[in-house]
Design a protein around this ligand. Sequence first.
Ligand code: ZN
Length: 177
Amino acid sequence: MTSPTASQAGEAIIRRSGSDGVAASPSRPATQEVNWNLRYDIHLGATWSRFMDGLRQRKLLANSCASCSRVFVPPQAYCESCFEPTAEWLELPAEGTLEVYTVAWHGFTGGPTPPYAIGGIRLDGASTLLMHHVVGVDFDSESDPKDALPFGTRVRAVWAEERVGHVLDISHFEPAS
Ligand SMILES: [Zn+2]
């Protein structure tokens, strides 16, 4: 028995897909229900555990690299530029500048009521951006979001009433003025 040549195989494929038209043009896109309700614990490690414990106490803790002086929040075990272990810990103010964001028009489980922004916030004194929700902005789907929330807007953290050592101990950020 011999194998079909490349051209023979190609002809077979063309005939098969074009013979009845069912596979090539389904009557409507198919959907399947999927449930991904996964519940598990992750090990945060020493550095993030200290950060989370600070949040529980309404403190935004950062750490810095002794070699390049960059300040990380969330803190990091190692400097990503120098590959040196971070050393000094410091507390940053719960206020900073919104440098980048996108607007969520649809809600997610456990998230704020849309529309809201998901933003990269540079806390005063930080070298990195902290990602978090920004709420309290009157977004209009017909207008440019930057009209309601310009890049560079000053924002401040709003603490959750009950804090448990979780990133949502900061409920959200809001415009500072
Ligand atoms: Zn460094």
